[in-house]
Design a protein around this ligand. Structure first.
Ligand SMILES: Nc1ncnc2c1ncn2[C@@H]1O[C@H](COP(=O)(O)OP(=O)(O)OP(=O)(O)O)[C@@H](O)[C@H]1O
Ligand SMILES: [Mg+2]
Length: 499
């Protein structure tokens, strides 16, 4: 196998690593990438039990590809790039973090041995997260969060500290919950799952390695007796050809079922505006909604001036879509949202356009006649988010995109915080004027990143206020007031050195 020179048109370089079930090859013509070639091999008990199983490589490769395609489609950062051949795929080349991240919904297996008294089937809410140090010789011992942080793994220039551990913990649970919801579409209970992370050459933590039938416990109808995962093989005391065939059939069934894990519901978000003058506001809602994976239509019709037409448009969508949300955009007196709401059982969100008179006009959206239940928000992003939350009840991919976005926002803040924590902060008087300035050059440089301005406001807000320094998060600029400068103002800290 190691003499293979080319797979799926990809010229192979050095064998980077060979494990029990895969070989990892460098791809010299695709810098930063590698090729993972699956073997027709099944192992358990840290490799103590091992068998050749013809066809397993192809089944595992397709299973993994389908799982990672689902995760990629909802925005999870993964190393997986694409399938290369029936038994191989291209991945971003990572240095692996030697930790197995395990998530459990129900207590079973090794958890029961390590936690006597907990009955099998105990349900973890939220899912239980456990970490194991990858060390076959010592049977992958369980590690605490503190052990991981104190190991200070240095991987591709990144030190694995508390921030990185927190990210991987959240991402692990997120990946589990996405796949749990996906499998629920086929009435299969995802019981537990193991994943691994690596660091790519740019220093990004990515979900890497594989997720296939070796990675999880999967119980059709939530019934342990129907299990279709590698546990069937683990449980065998003697292994016959017929047993191996059963294991393979289970794996193939799982691979085929993955094709049906796409949401089977058509959804639509219909933005209806009372006047074409509100198009800019509607476009903002539509863009935000599309970013969340929503299908959007924009229509114009006035409930006041063309009531019958408005109801006809509404009925057109009611007829064709299972998951449907209307967003009503009407200035002045909003008749549109309440009229829609009074005539449909689908959710209606009012999102009136900005106006000087919004404080008065908003009451036409809020104080609706009895029997109506439309909601009201004023920001385009809020309308899109709320529509996504509603559609997400029926479409797990939309739900997943919301969760991924939340993780990304939390992670971006963490990054900002980490950078800002590393800034040397000090205060000194400017030699040319009476203004005191803060920090050293590091602060000025780092503030060029717009996301960090908000973090700077959080930290230095009191100081900015005390010195009447105006901070504009949009332009990433900090202005000193004229009264405080001898030279003309505003002084943009990023274009000119502080004097
Ligand atoms: N994107 C990647 N870049 C580099 N190495 C990877 C990548 N994905 C997975 N690997 C590594 O490839 C190796 C071979 O995989 P395999 O699963 O066969 O190993 P294994 O024998 O099961 O050992 P392990 O217990 O480490 O998983 C593993 O060490 C895995 O961490
Ligand atoms: Mg492995």
């Amino acid at each position: 196998m190691s003499s293979v020179k080319e797979v799926g048109g990809y010229k192979l370089g050095d064998l980077i690593i060979e494990g029990k079930t895969k070989q990892v090859f460098d791809l010299p013509e695709l810098p930063g990438h590698c090729l993972l070639l699956n073997k027709d091999r099944i192992t358990a008990g840290d490799g103590v039990k091992a068998h050749d199983l013809e066809g397993k490589a192809a089944i595992s490769n397709q299973t993994n590809a389908k799982v990672f395609e689902i995760l990629k489609s909802v925005g999870v950062d993964t190393a997986y790039v694409k399938s290369a051949s029936p038994t191989a795929f291209v991945s971003k080349k990572c240095t692996m973090i030697p930790i197995e991240w395990v998530t459990r919904r129900l207590a079973t297996g090794s958890f029961l041995k390590r936690n006597p008294g907990v009955p099998e089937g105990f349900r973890f809410t939220p899912p239980k997260q456990e970490t194991f140090y990858k060390d076959d010789a010592n049977h992958d011992p369980q590690w605490s969060e503190e052990q991981i942080v104190c190991a200070k793994f240095q991987i591709n220039g990144l030190t694995i500290g508390q921030d990185e551990v927190d990210y991987m913990r959240k991402a692990t649970i997120l990946v589990f919950e996405i796949l749990e919801k996906a499998w629920a579409l086929r009435d299969c209970a995802l019981i537990d799952m193991k994943i691994e992370f690596g660091v790519d050459e740019k220093g990004n933590i990515l979900l890497a390695d594989v997720i296939d039938s070796d990675s999880w416990r999967l119980w059709p109808s939530g019934d342990k007796r129907l299990m279709v995962d590698k546990q069937v093989y683990r449980n065998l005391t003697t292994v016959t050809a017929a047993d191996l065939d059963t294991v393979k059939r289970n794996f193939a069934w799982v691979k085929d079922q993955l094709d049906y894990l796409k949401p089977n519901i058509h959804h639509k978000v219909v933005i209806i505006m009372g006047s074409p003058a509100d198009i800019e506001h509607c476009k903002k809602i539509a863009n935000a909604a599309q970013d969340l994976g929503l299908n959007v239509d924009i229509r114009v019709t006035s409930a006041h001036k063309a009531t019958a037409e408005t109801l006809r448009v509404m009925q057109e969508y009611e007829d064709t879509h299972g998951a449907l949300v209307f967003i009503a955009v009407a200035g002045r007196s909003n008749g549109l949202g309440p009229v829609l709401s009074g005539n449909t059982s689908y959710p209606v969100i009012n999102c009136p356009p900005p106006s000087d008179k919004l404080p008065q006009d908003i009451w036409s959206s809020l104080s609706v006649p009895s029997g109506l239940g439309c909601a009201t928000v004023i920001y385009p992003d809020s309308a899109a988010l709320m529509a996504a939350q509603i559609i997400g009840l029926q479409d797990y991919t939309i739900w997943a995109r919301l969760r991924v976005k939340q993780l990304q926002m939390a992670t971006a803040l963490r990054h900002s915080d980490k950078k800002i924590r590393s800034i040397p902060v000090g205060f000194g008087a400017c030699s040319d004027c009476s203004v005191r300035r803060m920090g050293g050059p590091a602060l000025l440089t780092i503030l060029q990143e717009q996301e960090l301005v908000n973090a700077a406001i959080d930290i230095f807000g009191d100081w900015f206020r005390k010195w009447k320094i105006e901070v504009n998060p949009k332009s990433a600029a900090i202005y000193f007031p004229e009264s405080r400068l001898e030279t003309p103002c505003p002084l943009n800290l990023f274009n000119r050195p502080v004097h």
